[in-house]
Design a protein around this ligand. Structure first.
Ligand SMILES: Cc1cc2nc3c(=O)[nH]c(=O)nc-3n(C[C@H](O)[C@H](O)[C@H](O)COP(=O)(O)OP(=O)(O)OC[C@H]3O[C@@H](n4cnc5c(N)ncnc54)[C@H](O)[C@@H]3O)c2cc1C
Length: 459
C-alpha cells in the first residue's frame, strides 16, 4: 500500500527534504505520496527575505565552529554529510547558476526568488503536493503507529494521516505570526525537550538613560562604519569585526548580529539586566601610530580636534565621539579645541578605541533573522534526524536548537538537515520495500513449493 509522508513547513528545510526524498525515490514512486503543509498563503516565503532579497544560500568556509549548539559533534556530523559543495552541486543541478562573493554563495541572478521558484517548480515536477493556508495544530501517534495531524486548512478543521512526518516548521524569526506554537506543545507532549526560542542575529538596544548617550544616538544615527565590538561579561569576552550601523535605538549591522546570540543569552535567557559592550571605532590602528599620523599632518597645530578626527572617522561620528568623551571623561575637551597635547590626544584616541556602551535589550524575534532555542538535539538521531522518542518522526532546520552566525550558515543548516531527513525517509522506505519484497519472494517460494507438492500429490 502507498505510504504517506507529511512535511510540516514549506520553508527552506521542508522543501529541500521533500526534494531529497522525491529525487531519491524514483524506484519507489508508486509507494510514497509526499505532501507539504504550510501555514502561509505561499511556500518559501522566508527564502524571499534572505540576504536582503538576494539569498546568501551557503558559505564555502563552513564548519561547526560557525554554529551554536549544545552538541557541536551533532552539527559536524550533519555538515560532513551535506556541506557547501553539496549545496552548490544540488542547486546547479536544479538549474541555478551561482555567484561566489568572497566565499559567500548567491544565485547569480542575485534574487532570492530564483531559489524559491526553482525549488517549488522542481517539487511540482516530482509530484509533491504543496498545500498552503494549512496550519498543523497538533500531531499524535495512533494505535497502529501512524500519525494523525490536526490542521486548520483555510479556517476549516481537518485531519491528515501519515506514515512518516518531517517537522520543518522553523521559527517565527522575521515573521509576524507564530504558526508553530500549538504544534510545539504537542511535540513536547510526545516527549521532546524544547528550549523556548529567543532572538539571535538581531540588533541591540543601548541604554540611553544618560543624556550624553541619548544625544549620541540622536546625532549619529544612520552612520555605518567598520568596527570591532567586544561584549564583556564577567570573565568572558566575545569579539567581532565588521560593519556597524548606528540607529536611534542602538546598534545594528553584521558585526552586532554576530555577537547578538551571546547578548541574547545573557539578557533573554539568563535575564541579566544588561551587558557591557565596548567598541573600537579605529580597529585597524594602534593609538600611538594614530597619534603620530595626526601629528604628521600639514598645519596640525592649527587644526581643531574635530578637523583632525574627521580625517580618520566619519565626520558625524567624530563629533559624536568627542562630545561623548567630553561628557564622560573630560569636560574640557571640545570639538573646536586646537593645539591638543600628546597626552590629551592619546586619551581621546584610547577612548575611541574602547568606547563603552550598556546593552539593555535585543530586538524582538519578529525583527531577528534567526532564533536560538528549539528541540534539543539530544532527542534526535544524529545519523537520520529521526526522533529518539517517536519512530518515523524527523526534524529539520531551525526548529532544532542549532543556530548559525550570519553568512549563509543558517540556510546551509536548512539544506543539510533537509537532505539528511529526506534521505532517511527514502532509506527507511527502501528498507521496508526491500524487506517486503524479500517476504513476497519467500512467500512466492512457498507457493511454488506447495504447487510442486500439490502436483506431487496428484501424481
Ligand atoms: C530577514 C532574514 C534574512 C535572512 N537571510 C539569510 C541569509 O541570507 N542566509 C542564511 O543562511 N540565512 C538567512 N536567514 C535565516 C534563514 O532564512 C532561516 O534559517 C531558514 O529559512 C530556516 O529554514 P526552515 O525551513 O528551518 O524554517 P522557515 O524558513 O522558518 O520555514 C518554516 C515554515 O513552516 C511553516 N510553519 C510553521 N508552523 C507551521 C504549522 N504549525 N503548520 C504548517 N506550517 C507551519 C512556516 O509558515 C514556514 O513557511 C534569514 C532570515 C531572515 C528572517
Amino acid at each position: 500500500m502507498k505510504k504517506t509522508l507529511m512535511i510540516i513547513g514549506a520553508g527552506a528545510s521542508g522543501m529541500f527534504s521533500a526534494f531529497s526524498v522525491a529525487g531519491n525515490q524514483f524506484g519507489y514512486k508508486n509507494n510514497l505520496e509526499i505532501m507539504i503543509l504550510d501555514a502561509n498563503e505561499a511556500p518559501g516565503k522566508k527564502i524571499l527575505m534572505t540576504g536582503n532579497g538576494r539569498c546568501n544560500l551557503c558559505n564555502i568556509d563552513t564548519d561547526e565552529s560557525k554554529y551554536y549548539c549544545s552538541d557541536l559533534q551533532f552539527v559536524k556530523n550533519t555538515l560532513d554529510r551535506f556541506g557547501p559543495d553539496d549545496v552548490i552541486t544540488a542547486f546547479q543541478q536544479l538549474g541555478i547558476t551561482l555567484k561566489n562573493k568572497n566565499g559567500y554563495i548567491y544565485p547569480a541572478s542575485m534574487q532570492a526568488l530564483t531559489v524559491s521558484r526553482t525549488l517549488i517548480s522542481a517539487l511540482r515536477i516530482l509530484g509533491v503536493t504543496l498545500i498552503n493556508n494549512c496550519k498543523v495544530q497538533s500531531i499524535s501517534v495512533t494505535q497502529d503507529s501512524t500519525f494523525c495531524l490536526d490542521v486548520s486548512e483555510n479556517d476549516k478543521r481537518k485531519q491528515y494521516k501519515a506514515d512518516y512526518v518531517i517537522v520543518s516548521c522553523g521559527s517565527n524569526a522575521g515573521l509576524k505570526t507564530n504558526a508553530a506554537r500549538e504544534l510545539i506543545e504537542s511535540l513536547i507532549d510526545l516527549g521532546h525537550t524544547y528550549h523556548p526560542m529567543i532572538p539571535a542575529l538581531c540588533s541591540l538596544y543601548a541604554d540611553q538613560s544618560d543624556a550624553c548617550y541619548k544625544e549620541f544616538f540622536k546625532k549619529v544615527s544612520g552612520v555605518r562604519t567598520e568596527i570591532k565590538a567586544t561584549l564583556n561579561n564577567h570573565a568572558h569576552t566575545f569579539s567581532s569585526v565588521g560593519e556597524l550601523q548606528i540607529t536611534d535605538y542602538g546598534l545594528s549591522g553584521i558585526v552586532i548580529f554576530q555577537i547578538s546570540h551571546i547578548a541574547s543569552q545573557f539578557i533573554n535567557r539568563q535575564k541579566k539586566s544588561c551587558v557591557h559592550l565596548s567598541i573600537d571605532f579605529l580597529p585597524e590602528s594602534d593609538p600611538y601610530e594614530m597619534l603620530e599620523f595626526l601629528k604628521s599632518q600639514i598645519g596640525y597645530h592649527k587644526k581643531s580636534l574635530l578637523d583632525l578626527l574627521s580625517g580618520v572617522l566619519n565626520a558625524k561620528l567624530a563629533l559624536g565621539l568627542i562630545n561623548l568623551y567630553s561628557s564622560i571623561c573630560d569636560s574640557d575637551t571640545k570639538p573646536f579645541l586646537k593645539n591638543c597635547t600628546d597626552e590629551q590626544l592619546l586619551k581621546i584616541l584610547t577612548f575611541i578605541k574602547n568606547t563603552p556602551f550598556i546593552i539593555k535589550g535585543t530586538n524582538d524575534i519578529y525583527h531577528s533573522q534567526v532564533c536560538s532555542g528549539g528541540i534539543d538535539v539530544s532527542d534526535i538521531s544524529k545519523d537520520t534526524l529521526e526522533s529518539n522518542r517517536i519512530k518515523h518522526l524527523y526534524f529539520t532546520g531551525e526548529i532544532l536548537d542549532v543556530d548559525g552566525i550570519c553568512g549563509g550558515y543558517n540556510l546551509q543548516w536548512a539544506w543539510s538537515t533537509g537532505y539528511i531527513a529526506g534521505r532517511s525517509v527514502a532509506g527507511d522506505l527502501a528498507g521496508n520495500i526491500e524487506r517486503k519484497s524479500v517476504t513476497n519472494t519467500e512467500r512466492g517460494d512457498v507457493k511454488e513449493r506447495s504447487a510442486t507438492n500439490d502436483s506431487n500429490c496428484s501424481d
